[in-house]
Ligand binder design. Structure first.
Ligand code: FES
Ligand code: FES
Length: 152
């Protein structure tokens, strides 16, 4: 066990956990932020996507020891009142079905738009390809992202 101080959603958290504990479990089980989901545990599905600084990362395989001073943002910290433009578009386009993958989808989309505020359809498809949805909401995800892209 080791002490770590990590920055999550603008707040500092001190945690005492094993060095190899994935960030996902620190967020969910130690800090109590349950919005980030566990899917595969192997960086294959994207359900656990959070931001490390502005990069989308898979928290299920990212050990706490490699977070350092970088700012972690989870779905709870994406916007103050759940009103990030993507969250509003997700509601407008009725994107979720079961909802399980959607935290990861939104976090990945937010990182994508930060890098490229005006993505073409193929760029969205490419950028979102690693985030799986067993309910097949891909078309609505794409429409929602397009609706908030700069040229929409
Ligand atoms: S749970 Fe992390 S990528 Fe699937
Ligand atoms: S909405 Fe069910 S897995 Fe994506």
């Amino acid at each position: 066990m080791k002490n770590y101080t990590i920055q999550v959603n603008g707040k500092s958290h001190e945690v005492n956990v094993p060095e190899d504990m994935p960030l996902l479990w620190v967020l969910r089980d130690i800090i109590g932020l349950k919005g980030t989901k566990y899917g595969c545990g192997q960086s294959l599905c994207g359900a656990c996507t959070v931001h490390l600084n502005d990069e989308a990362v898979r928290s299920c395989t990212l050990p706490i020891s490699s977070v350092g001073e970088k700012e972690v943002t989870t779905i709870e910290g994406l916007s103050e009142n759940g009103d990030h433009p993507l969250q509003e578009a997700w509601t407008a386009y009725i994107v979720p079905q079961c909802g399980y993958c959607q935290t990861g989808q939104i976090m990945n989309a937010a990182a994508l738009l930060k890098k490229n505020p005006d993505p073409k359809e193929e760029e969205i498809e490419q950028g979102m390809a690693g985030n799986l949805c067993r309910c097949g909401t891909y078309n609505r995800i794409k429409s929602a992202i397009l609706s908030v892209s700069k040229s929409s």
